[in-house]
Design a protein around this ligand. Structure first.
Ligand code: BGC
Length: 743
């Protein structure tokens, strides 16, 4: 029930505090561990069923919605018990069921500054994807899980996995690149890492929420086969790998129905085809109906109870919504709580291991920095031979940029470009973490004269660069939820800055801080380029380690860098007509009622990312899977053993003179009759090799990765015929090839 007015709210707060006291006493007396379902040897389903049997209808309904969020829904007075995260669901103390405290946690726990706490900012999710390292992804999730628990949360809202179909999407940094197998396996590892810490993991935004423009109104049109083989496959693999307990349905419509009331997505695919046992929660204000959404398989409404409150109760009482449907929603939530262990192992608030977290952040940043260009072995720099360095770029003296929106992690001490402590984070502000490239470079080259120029005046920056042995430019492209980029060009005249500095000093190194690809009109004028992404709490130290060779780069692009926007499947992003704007204060009412749809048609279908450029024969700036190292690798001895799970074996040799790690990639082409793009990634392995060392690598291929989705049979189908297997260090450098016949 919506409530307005401060005095009413105050009265409710007092009543609710009293109620909490009474309930806490009742809790203490009820002995949470003395229920039949407290027996941890029973299955999560058995335990959940026992609880459901004991619940009143009011208790059931209370589990099916959040308690409100200012500006997005009415607020419940009970929200004062929220831990400060994006979502709070009341518990049922008499049955020993704790509240669910949800926090956004894409690259670290959100809002910690606002709540007087501390969180580590990991490199952005897209950076983790660039590591191609399942162990690193697991560590990424585990760190987030530990910090969530220490802050009193038992559910994460991270796990963004929308494929980068549209690289100008302002949330590209929150996602895991353009390939469904890479993204799916990585999110699976992140989720495993989180859930092992007894927090519910959530994969989002289901599905096809690939642009931010008009996200509450857009209707995405795509054919089923293309959807199942691209964006949905990423979710399918992520869930299969991890048993993540929650899936967040997205804001947009898909083929006519809103994702959060889309029976095809929620029931037919997610719950039936994929046998998903967890629960579906809406994105914040993503619900648009009650009976339709419930029947379609939407289990839980966030952040409030516009549809799943009193109206749902009445609908159950009148038989409009079957009681069994509500029981299923409730069962799914309870079984997820038991399955992830948050009832048996509730969060313990505590001080997080700050130093340990920073070490993990730095290590993963080192593993995810991609060396895109390195002419004449310009990098690594040898500090003993360099007398002067010009460090150039906006705020490169104090910090590195981070990704905005609900993923935003608060920097310790506030935004680095404001006086310490004054720089609170605000929605869609550029937030700079206090990890200073200038300081990190000075630390690596203590005997060199390291000078800084912000680049505001390109001529002055070029003059400084001319006097230095090396110029290092830190360029950035900020992005955030709630917006898309107008273009992939670096903003604020940085292209001009780079061109002028490069003309003044042929030894110019560019470090890009971005959430996705940028265009590089100056690519031929500079000698070295590093893609550092949004590099997290220890980004500067990690990048300096790469620049000076303490870390040998081993990351590969999880997204193609196109030459220009004109080469994208959609040269411009379709924007919503003006009438669909939701900016006013009561906007949530209009969003809930459903904004008029506008159409986006993904007629590129399954051809996302490299599959598009391959099929259309479009040359790219840097291909998917590409990344250099300070050493070199060679590939030999390919053999493919056909069978149910084809086994691809080959040898990788480190042919250079320093140790490194190579991401060896395996692609397949399907028989012509499958009518698929020229190739798809089907597996990979990241191998550590000392100088001169060789290792035999075996990659076993899941037959689904070689299949097409047959819509008539509603299943994956391996088309009998000749399959080409290609192995190498990037999607465009596949030196080993072999064909085998599969049936
Ligand atoms: C975002 C979700 C986020 C939620 C809660 C929404 O605006 O799309 O990703 O989890 O807010 O903050």
């Amino acid at each position: 029930m919506p409530l307005d007015g401060p005095s009413l709210l105050n009265r409710f707060c007092i009543v609710s505090m009293f109620l909490t006291l009474v309930l806490s006493l009742a809790w203490a007396q009820s002995d949470a561990h003395n229920h039949p379902w407290s027996n941890a040897s029973l299955s999560p389903d058995e335990r959940a069923s026992m609880v459901v049997q004991q619940m009143t209808l009011d208790e059931k309904i209370s589990l099916l919605h959040g308690t409100g969020m200012e500006g997005l829904s009415p607020m419940s007075p009970l929200a004062i018990h929220s831990n400060g995260g994006a979502g709070y669901v009341v518990g049922i103390p008499r049955l020993g069921i704790p509240a669910i405290q949800m926090s956004d946690a894409a690259y670290g726990v959100r809002n910690s500054g606002e709540n007087g706490r501390y969180s580590t900012a990991l490199p952005a999710d897209v950076a983790a994807a660039a590591s191609w390292d399942l162990d690193a992804a697991h560590e990424y999730g585990a760190l987030i899980g530990r910090e969530l628990r220490a802050q009193g949360y038992n559910m994460s809202l991270g796990g963004g996995i929308n494929l980068t179909r549209e690289p100008r999407d302002g949330r590209t940094f929150e996602y895991l690149g353009e390939d469904p197998i890479l993204a799916g396996k990585l999110v699976g590892s992140v989720m495993k890492g989180e859930q092992e810490q007894h927090v519910i993991g959530d994969i989002k935004h289901y599905a096809l929420n690939d642009q931010e423009s008009g996200r509450n109104a857009v209707n995405v049109n795509i054919d089923k086969r293309a959807a199942r083989e691209s964006d949905l496959l990423a979710f399918e693999i992520g869930l299969q790998e991890s048993d993540a307990a929650a899936v967040m349905c997205s804001y947009n419509r898909v083929n006519g129905d809103y994702a959060c009331e889309n029976k095809y997505l929620l029931t037919d695919v997610l719950k039936k085809d994929w046998n998903f046992k967890g629960f579906v929660l809406t994105d914040w204000q993503g619900a648009h109906s009650m009976a339709k959404a419930s029947a379609a398989g939407m289990d839980h409404e966030e952040p409030g109870w516009i549809f799943y409150g009193d109206d749902l109760k009445k609908a159950v009482q009148s038989g409009k919504v079957p009681a069994a449907e509500v029981d299923d929603h409730v069962h799914r939530i309870l079984r997820s709580m038991f399955a992830t262990g948050l009832i048996d192992n509730p969060p313990q608030k505590g001080v997080v291991d700050v130093e340990g977290g920073l070490e993990v952040a730095q290590k993963i940043a080192g593993q995810s920095t991609v060396l895109l260009k390195n002419d004449h072995a310009q990098l690594p720099l040898d500090a003993s031979k360099i007398h002067s360095i010009a460090v150039i770029g906006p705020h490169a003296d104090v910090g590195m940029i981070s990704g905005g929106g609900s993923a935003q992690v608060d920097p310790p001490g506030g935004n680095a470009i404001m006086p310490p402590g004054k720089g609170q984070t605000h929605w869609q502000d550029e937030i700079w973490f206090p990890t200073s490239p200038l300081r990190a470079i000075r630390a690596k080259a203590p005997n060199a004269n390291v000078q800084f120029d912000s680049g505001a005046d390109p001529a002055a920056a070029a003059a400084l660069a001319k006097t230095a042995d090396v110029a290092i430019i830190f360029a950035y492209q900020w992005e955030s939820e709630g917006m898309d980029l107008d273009s992939l060009s670096l903003p604020h005249h940085q292209d001009d800055l780079i061109a002028k500095v490069a003309a003044a000093n042929p030894r110019t190194v560019i470090v890009i801080e971005s959430g996705g690809p940028v265009t590089m009109p100056w690519v031929d004028q500079v000698s070295a380029i590093l893609e550092a992404w949004f590099a997290g709490s220890r980004g500067a130290e990690a990048v300096a380690n790469v620049i000076f060779g303490e870390v040998n780069p081993s990351a590969k692009l999880p997204i193609t860098f196109p030459k220009s926007e004109a080469d994208l499947p959609h040269p411009t992003i379709v924007k919503p007509p003006k009438a669909t704007t939701d900016a006013d204060k009561q906007g949530w009412k209009r969003i809930a009622a459903g904004l008029p749809a506008f159409q986006v048609t993904y007629n590129e279908g399954v051809k996302v990312g490299y599959k598009w450029y391959d099929a259309e024969n479009k040359p790219v700036l840097f291909p998917f899977g590409y990344g250099l190292s300070y050493t070199t690798y060679s590939y030999s001895n390919l053999a493919v053993a056909p069978g149910k799970r084809p086994r691809v074996t080959f040898t990788v040799t480190n042919t250079g003179n320093r140790a490194g790690a190579e991401v060896a990639e395996v692609y397949a082409s399907l028989p012509a009759s499958a009518a698929e793009p020229p190739k798809r990634l089907v597996g990979w392995s990241k191998i550590k090799l000392n100088a001169g060392e060789s290792k035999e690598v075996a990659v076993e291929i899941d037959p689904k990765y070689l299949s097409i989705f047959n819509v008539e049979q509603n299943g994956w189908q391996l088309i009998p015929g000749e399959y080409g297997f290609m192995v190498g260090g990037s999607s465009q450098d596949l030196t080993l090839k072999e064909s085998v016949s599969l049936k």
